[in-house]
Design a protein around this ligand. Structure first.
Ligand code: HEM
Length: 531
């Protein structure tokens, strides 16, 4: 399968090691690699044994920091192909031509555990896609839940610290969750909607091939006329959505901790290529305030009854990477990697992510030149005045500044017509404040909607999961406070959980009654996803 990305990978592949003798990094042939150079038969090793020193040093430096979250993952290459032109909404080149196949690399991951942890834990799954488009790389860095735990990225370090094992001994007090997580949840009601997803079977997918993906945030499409449309991204697996049940998940953790990775690898090797459909919910700019929640709030979904999902293309994964470290470990996704025709919103979680990914990758991948790493390298040409730094792999010539009347080789600036990125013009006014918008306030309604949308047995699985996880929390007041929060989702749920975790559900609790949103009357939405 040769696409532009594959040709590029082929051009940087390491030489076939069987083509010649073993050498040092300097290309010097080595005749013996099993014994170090010593004085006599039983004497000390000599410092001048450069082959020994190089071999050990290189081994000592093999590890790089694992990702601070989403450390464990599995990846694959493939392609994305739109069904039809999306020119009405976006000028993104990879969404114009139904005959154009754009190469992609996808990495699936768990969030909480370290690189060596088991696959089938109760957790969110990452679903990150890098599109190598003719206009540069576009990264859709999503999860398998459509909502997130917090509304503002400034809370992310607190949230992740609470989710990770206890700092003093790195042991969670419970199985996959523990005191600190539930303490945080009980004190931060904005987490509840996503906690409901986490306690559901969605948190133990049977296979990466059977998992939905979501962009989570509201993004923007921008068309050639500069007109913006709000957009939510959805990946739907062709095989349908399937989960494990908790007992299976636990048994598999012991029997085959690589269960999801192996499944992805083996099925691709067997030619059973997994496939997803990309769908979008499109919301006209003028309908921004038509909902009973804020479009900038990542703890909320846009219900599909109000804005249907419109399928726009398909993605097929058909090639395993050649080297896990070089590709799956070194791939660097970033929400701010966008192409002309795709833009951000002011969602405060997204804005934080747009800072965080590049920042962490500068550390994780050892400096500013990680876009030269083959898996990260765009197939679009790269020309700029960025220079030097650790691991510079290119030999630049000519001058390196703009504006410039002297230099041969200085890149010219593109016009928007010639494909330059231009941010959507948006009116923004206001005072500097450090306060959440009151439009982000309602934390319970969509959690209650989620609960009510579940069948009896799905509800029972959620109750069982709460009992299992929350039941392991040693602090009784944390268990009681969490149950108190649950009463605002469903009195029945709260009562059932309370009975299983040794606390009382407060009397007379009120479950919110979800009302249909006024957005149902979205006038411009034709109900088939088009606007
Ligand atoms: C990694 C998704 C929120 C910081 C990842 C990855 C995914 C992801 C899929 C793994 C990427 C890979 O496979 O390499 C999400 C989603 C979020 C979210 C869907 C919310 C909607 C945040 C926030 C922050 C953050 C709020 C920080 C403010 C990070 C960092 C990494 C990461 C630092 C590691 C990146 C690396 O080392 O390459 N996230 N994330 N994420 N995320 Fe997020």
């Amino acid at each position: 399968m040769t696409d532009e990305k594959q040709k590029q990978r082929d051009s940087v592949r390491a030489p076939d090691p069987s083509d010649g003798p073993l050498t040092t990094d300097q290309g010097v042939a080595v005749e013996h690699t099993d014994d170090s150079l010593t004085v006599g038969d039983r004497g000390p090793t000599l410092l001048e044994d450069f082959h020994f020193r190089e071999k050990i040093t290189r081994f000592d430096h093999e590890r790089i920091p694992e990702r601070v979250v989403h450390a464990r993952g599995a990846g694959a290459y493939g392609f994305f192909q739109p069904y039809a032109s999306c020119a009405d909404f976006t000028r993104a080149a990879f969404l114009q031509d139904p005959s154009l196949r754009t190469p992609v690399f996808v990495r699936f991951s768990t969030v909480q555990g370290p690189r060596g942890s088991a696959d089938t834990v109760r957790d969110v799954r990452g679903f990150a896609t890098k599109f190598y488009t003719p206009e540069g790389n576009y990264d859709l860095v999503g999860n398998n839940f459509p909502v997130f735990f917090i509304q503002d990225g400034i809370k992310f370090p607190d949230f992740v610290h609470a989710v990770k094992p206890e700092p003093h001994n790195e042991i969670p007090t419970g199985a996959s969750a523990h005191d600190t997580l539930w303490d945080f949840v009980s004190l931060q009601p904005e987490t509840l909607h996503t906690i409901m997803w986490l306690m559901s079977d969605r948190a133990i997918p049977r296979s990466y091939r059977m998992m939905q993906g979501f962009g989570v945030h509201t993004f923007r499409f921008v068309n050639a006329a500069g007109h913006g449309t709000f957009v939510k991204f959805h990946w739907k697996p062709k095989l349908g959505v399937h989960s494990l049940v908790w007992d299976e998940a636990q048994e598999i953790q012991g029997r085959d901790p690589d269960f999801n990775r192996r499944d992805l690898w083996d099925t691709i090797e067997a030619g059973q290529y997994p496939e997803w459909e990309l769908g979008v919910q499109l919301i006209p700019e003028e309908d921004e305030h038509s909902f009973d929640f804020d479009l900038l709030d990542a703890t909320k979904i846009v219900p599909e009854e109000q804005v249907p999902v419109r399928p726009i293309g398909r993605m097929v994964l058909n090639r395993n990477p050649d080297n896990f470290f070089a590709e799956t470990e070194q791939v660097a996704f970033h929400t701010a990697n966008v192409v002309p025709g795709i833009d951000f919103t002011n969602d405060p979680l997204l804005q934080a992510r747009n800072f965080s990914y590049l920042d962490t990758q500068l550390l994780r991948l050892g400096g500013p030149n990680f876009a030269h790493i083959p898996v990260n390298r765009p197939v679009a040409g790269v020309r700029n005045n960025q220079r030097d730094g650790f691991h510079q792999e290119q030999i630049h010539t000519g001058t390196n500044y703009t504006p410039n009347s002297l230099g041969a080789g200085c890149p010219v600036l593109a016009s928007t017509d010639a494909g330059a990125y231009r941010h959507l013009t948006e009116q923004v006014d206001g005072q500097k404040i450090r306060r959440r918008s009151p439009s982000f306030d309602n934390h319970y309604l969509q959690a209650a909607l989620f609960w009510r949308s579940m069948s009896d047995w799905e509800q029972q699985h959620i109750i069982d999961a709460f009992r299992f996880e929350l039941g392991k929390v040693s602090a009784k007041d944390v268990r009681a406070r969490t149950v108190e929060q649950l009463t605002l989702v469903s009195a029945d749920l709260a009562k059932a959980v309370a009975e299983g975790v040794g606390v009382h559900a407060p009397e007379g609790s009120q479950t919110p009654t979800p009302e249909p949103s006024p957005a149902l009357s979205l006038e411009n939405n034709k109900g088939d996803g088009s606007i």
